[in-house]
Design a protein around this ligand. Structure first.
Ligand code: PMT
Length: 214
């Protein structure tokens, strides 16, 4: 299969030296890209800034902002058989990016933010993708219900839900504990290294793709 994987955080610029971002390290997405490559698939990794090495045999598109990730996914997804969205994309960005470093003018600073485009949400309708589509859901409560809602709303074949309020898993950790939410059933994978979970998840995605004939 040809597989696109998104990973890492995005950076939304405020001025030439500052940006809004989140705690994603990219470890989950890079583990998925590595596991797909080791299983013999052709992988394109679209990633925000991380300190990780690109896994062997994986093609790489570095991006910074949500808008750049949107453009990269739009450009490449037509050639893919499957796509896995592990990136923690900023949901909003500053309305205005100042050309010069923002000066300290008072005790408070008010930022106006605007929503970024939902990349995963654009894949089925906007980009017309018909391959196997896998999203992640980063939740702090109602894990299963929220993941089921995302699965339906974004037209996914599988949503991998993680509780990002639990210490030791999720963001910026080597470990994760995930709930695999399929259209007709749910399966919990016990806490493990991301590098051990990823091959297990890849096998599920291979099974879905074989059933779909993609
Ligand atoms: O990178 P690590 O430190 O290893 O951490 C891993 C992780 C916690 C980031 C990862 O396991 C994870 O949960 N990734 C998804 C994070 C997220 O933004 O989830 P969400 O529930 O807000 O978004 C739902 C889905 O829509 C995700 O597949 C996300 O990639 C996608 N999305 C969200 C917003 C947006 N503007 N565009 C998107 O494509």
């Amino acid at each position: 299969m040809r597989v696109l994987v998104t990973a890492g955080p995005t950076r939304e610029a405020l001025d030439p030296v500052r940006y809004l971002t989140n705690r994603s390290s990219g470890k989950m997405g890079y583990a998925m890209a590595d596991a797909f490559a080791r299983a013999g698939h052709r992988v394109l990794l679209v990633s925000g800034p991380t300190v990780l090495a690109v896994p062997d045999g994986v093609d790489f598109v570095p991006i910074e902002s949500a808008a750049e990730m949107f453009d990269a996914v739009q450009r490449h997804i037509g050639r893919m058989d499957a796509a896995v969205f592990a990136a923690a994309v900023a949901d909003s960005r500053p309305v205005e990016v100042c050309d010069h470093k923002i000066k300290k003018t008072g005790e408070t600073l008010t930022l106006e933010l605007v929503r970024t485009a939902d990349i995963l949400g654009a894949v089925r309708g906007g980009f017309g993708f018909t391959g196997t589509l896998v999203g992640f859901a980063a939740e702090t409560r109602d894990l299963e219900a929220n993941a089921k809602e995302k699965l339906k709303r974004k037209g996914c074949d599988l949503v991998i839900a993680n509780d990002v309020s639990k210490p030791g898993i999720g963001f910026d950790s080597d470990r994760n504990e995930v709930l695999l939410v399929f259209p007709d059933h749910v399966e919990a994978l016990p806490e493990d290294e991301k590098h051990h979970l990823a091959p297990r998840i890849v096998r599920e995605i291979e099974r879905i793709a074989a059933e779909r004939g993609t």
